[in-house]
Design a protein around this ligand. Structure first.
Ligand SMILES: [Zn+2]
Length: 480
């Protein structure tokens, strides 16, 4: 069968992969040709056969962004509810006390996932790893989006309970955790066996401190024998850091090293509270060395954590230590370009220097770093033989003007407003901000209803019986 070849002529700026340096570079006024499996040509005039011809003047062709850590399920529904809240005794982190108060019905899960996919794709994401609970619509919706996706069904043996808003307790139910683990394995196997080549599975013990040592070791072996990545939330909060210190005397990184499971297959979300972090008290710097030595990747998600007053110290330093870093949006607003902008700003604040990281490093994290974390060399780069996953950025968009350095303008100013079209496997999956495979607008309507239900349940779900006004006060008072 002859594959349909598309050529885009004279693209004003191609962000191409330079084999010599192993990084991205600007290639101006070049042709690109691709079919539905790979990029065939980049550079001078393409003279081969083609079925479709487009013109690339006024456009930047950007490698598809890779989001290695996000959550659908109830996260899109949590938007704007507890943003001003936190638990003082748990270093201000709101997750433990408040996240369990949000309820999502089975019917709203598909809409919630659609919202996440739509928001991510229109910000230039072509590959994403969704950590969520398995449901019937999960794999079909991921596939329908047209994006390259990894389903990472979370499982754990302990759940969180915050007593009196200050004491974090772990309620263990190993039988239930095992059941969730078995379901997760079945889901990963279904994703891997799916006829679509664009979907895969990832083993995802939910948190380092909510799974037993045995389960973490077993899950790592299961990932290895399937040849799939594994991801665990670790060193993500001070509460978790202190819990592990109490239980084992070790930081999360040293605990995982002790279990023998730190390796290049592992992606740690979000790896903030290492022994070198100023909030911890170790005053050593061995966690970074270990991560680098073992080739373990970090999923960096600065938006959600900085919103709670927490910052990784610093991502430039992690990279200089030799750690592979990818970017994940974690929760809302599911905007990869905004996440990258925040990563740049947070690095420069935490690193106390503009020199902590450069714009090009941020793009490398969101593309090559993510690809490496997933064990791939065929995505996150515009190179002959790589997958034709990319977005077209409108260089003439008003928010991009005036253009001296297009990547800086995209990250610092225009973000998704200038993303004109997104391609995966050479096929357009979003154009003009609209998803082609999923009905985003219908999902918004479902989510409006789901939100009314979720808000009505918040006070009922609170073990302390607080009112909605106490739990989720509005940002402004309401005048009578
Ligand atoms: Zn997460």
């Amino acid at each position: 069968m002859i594959k349909q070849i598309t050529v885009i002529r004279n693209v004003e700026t191609i962000v191409a992969y330079d084999e010599k340096t192993g990084s991205h570079a600007y290639l101006n006024n070049g042709d690109i040709a691709f079919d539905d499996t790979s990029i065939l040509h980049i550079g001078g005039h393409y003279t081969g056969p083609f079925a479709v011809e487009e013109h690339g003047q006024g456009r930047m062709l950007l490698p598809g962004l890779i989001n290695i850590h996000c959550h659908s399920d109830e996260e899109p529904l949590s938007k704007g509810i507890f943003d001003d809240m936190g638990t003082a005794a748990l270093w201000g982190q709101a997750m433990y006390e408040y996240s369990g108060l949000i309820e999502i019905s089975q019917e709203a899960r598909e809409a919630s996932l659609t919202i996440m996919l739509g928001d991510l794709i229109r910000s230039g994401v072509t590959t994403l790893l969704d950590i969520a609970g398995p449901h019937d619509a999960w794999l079909p919706t991921l596939v329908k989006s047209g994006a390259r996706t990894y389903a990472a069904p979370g499982f754990r043996e302990a759940s969180w309970h915050v007593e009196n808003s200050h004491r974090l307790e772990y309620r263990w139910d190993k039988a239930r955790g095992r059941e969730a683990y078995e379901q997760a394995l079945a889901c990963v196997d279904a994703a891997e066996a799916h006829p679509s080549s664009r979907i895969g599975g990832v083993i995802a013990p939910s948190q380092v401190e909510t799974c037993s040592e045995d389960l973490l070791i077993e899950a790592t072996a299961a990932a290895k024998c399937r040849g799939v990545p594994i991801t665990i939330h670790a060193a993500q909060t001070m509460a978790e850091h202190e819990e592990l210190l109490r239980r084992t005397g070790k930081t999360a990184v040293k605990y995982l090293e002790g279990l023998g499971i730190l390796d290049e297959r592992l992606i740690l979300g979000h790896c903030i509270f290492l022994d070198s972090h100023s909030w911890t008290r170790e005053r050593t710097q061995t966690d970074m060395e270990l991560l680098s030595k073992r080739g373990t990747s970090v999923a960096h998600s600065p938006v959600t954590f900085s919103r709670s007053g927490m910052i990784l110290e610093s991502i430039g330093r992690y990279r200089r230590a030799g750690i592979n870093v990818g970017i994940g949006t974690d929760s809302y607003p599911y905007n990869m370009l905004e996440e990258m902008r925040r990563a740049l700003i947070c690095a420069r604040i935490a690193g106390k220097s503009v020199f902590d990281i450069k714009t090009g490093d941020i793009l490398a994290m969101a593309t090559l770093g993510g690809a490496k974390a997933l064990g791939r060399t065929d995505i996150g780069r515009i190179a002959v033989g790589a997958k034709p996953d990319f977005s077209l950025v409108d260089l003439n968009h008003p928010a991009m003007q005036p253009v001296y350095d297009p990547l800086r303008n995209l990250l610092q100013c225009a973000a998704e407003r200038a993303v004109e079209a997104v391609y995966v496997d050479g096929q357009c999956i979003a154009r003009g901000g609209k998803l082609l495979g999923l009905d985003y607008d219908a999902a918004v309507q479902v989510m409006k209803e789901a939100s009314k239900f979720a808000v009505s349940r918040i006070a009922k779900n609170d073990p302390r019986g607080r009112s909605l006004g106490e739990l989720a006060p509005l940002s402004l008072p309401v005048l009578n």
